[in-house]
Design a binder for this molecule. Structure first.
Ligand code: TTP
Ligand code: MG
Length: 360
């Protein structure tokens, strides 16, 4: 049974600026792509939720957005887009997401699909996504809206239902109900023109579309599009993710309190290692580098690594190497207490199966 999640960051560019400039608290934020020399020419890239309430949105001319803000006497910051900075935040978010799923597909700068099939149940997938959302927030300061469903189409539409910071679950038995009352224009891939034509056929919600004979849709829209509309309206979608090969696997967590006591840190490190190890086993992968990530009370992030003499899939080796590395770090930094710790393995290679085959 496939379980797919979709994650989309909320008002992404604006959220990045809010993290960088805490002084913007209390102001609405509009990100602008200036096209000319003037302060006024260009279009809105995104608006935060406060600015959206005023009626400002992506694609609107900057001049019009400023006019709206002035008329409403609202405190709105208009900032130029800084795509390099947003790309950096995006990379950080995607690397956290990678830690949670066997496969991910980065669909755009602020959205990704996750294959959570191996979590085994919707209940477990929900727990995973809750933890992921929290970790993204704690680590980068931005919030994400997420959806879980049996395929990419349903997951994506689910993640749109409760923004910002939402989590919407659509189990296979609820797909039909979930789609039935949504307007046809909310069906992913249906543009305003198609929506208008459907509405003129009295097909206003997706439930109507699902009940429309496929032959009729083919007559209206041609073979390919007619069939595709029919499938989508019935909640059918792909579960294939365009994968990126993983170069490393890691898990990081916050300690209950800042500490430098190995007896506090050891059980946490072991739990992280067990989780990393479980994911290695699932994919039959071996590792030959172990890295510990330590973030001190002052929020400084540092890593220490050790490369092993040979690739292994041993959990014991992961435990002992991580503990030695943490120990070394603490000895070298007698003043520091740790706030967060992580375990990462790298230099991944195909595992036991291949080795056994070679002997067979
Ligand atoms: P979106 O995810 O579409 O929008 P968003 O993240 O700002 O808001 P939401 O909470 O509804 O997801 O796009 C991601 C980023 O891409 C967005 O922050 C800015 C950029 N973008 C543009 O520059 N122009 C556009 O027309 C759109 C739609 C997005
Ligand atoms: Mg977004």
């Amino acid at each position: 049974m496939a379980i797919i999640a979709h994650l989309d960051l909320d008002a992404f560019f604006a959220s990045c600026e809010r993290v960088r400039y805490p002084d913007l608290a209390g102001k609405a934020i509009v990100i602008c792509i200036f096209s000319g020399r003037g302060e006024e020419t260009g279009a809105v890239s995104t608006a935060d939720y406060a600015a959206r309430e005023l009626g400002i949105g992506a694609g609107m001319p900057i001049r019009q957005a400023k006019h709206i803000a002035e008329s409403a006497d609202a405190d709105v910051a208009f900032l130029p887009a800084d795509k390099e900075y947003y790309a950096m935040v995006s990379e950080r978010v995607m690397s956290i997401i990678e830690e949670y799923a066997d496969d991910i597909e980065v669909a755009s700068i602020d959205e990704a699909y996750l294959d959570l099939s191996s979590s085994g149940s919707y209940a477990d997938a929900v727990q995973e996504m809750r933890r992921l959302k929290q970790e993204i927030k704690a680590d980068t300061g931005v919030t994400a809206s997420t959806g879980i469903g049996p395929n990419k189409l349903v997951a994506k539409m689910a993640s749109d239902q409760d923004k910002p910071d939402g989590l919407t679950v659509v189990t296979p038995e609820n797909v039909q109900d979930f789609l039935a009352n949504l307007p046809v224009r909310e069906l992913y891939g249906v543009g305003p023109k198609t929506a208008q034509r459907l509405e003129s056929m009295n097909v206003t919600v997706i439930g109507d579309l699902a009940e429309t004979a496929v032959q009729r849709l083919i007559e209206m829209f041609g073979e390919a599009k007619g069939v595709s509309l029919h499938r989508k309206a019935n909640g059918e979608g792909s579960t294939e993710l365009e994968q990126r090969e993983k170069k490393q696997l890691s898990r990081i967590t916050t300690l209950q309190e800042d500490t430098r006591s190995m007896s506090d840190i050891r059980p946490v490190i072991r739990e992280l290692a067990r989780d990393v190890h479980r994911r290695l086993r699932q994919r039959d992968i071996q590792y030959s580098t172990v890295t510990v990530i330590v973030i001190s009370s002052e929020r400084k992030t540092r890593t220490r690594s050790r490369t092993l003499p040979a690739a292994t899939c041993s959990l014991e080796t992961m435990y002992s190497t991580s503990e030695i590395l943490i120990d070394e770090f603490l000895s070298g930094h007698p003043e520091e207490r740790l706030r967060r710790v992580g375990v990462r393995v790298g230099n991944l290679s195909n595992g036991m199966q291949e080795t056994l085959d070679a002997f067979g």
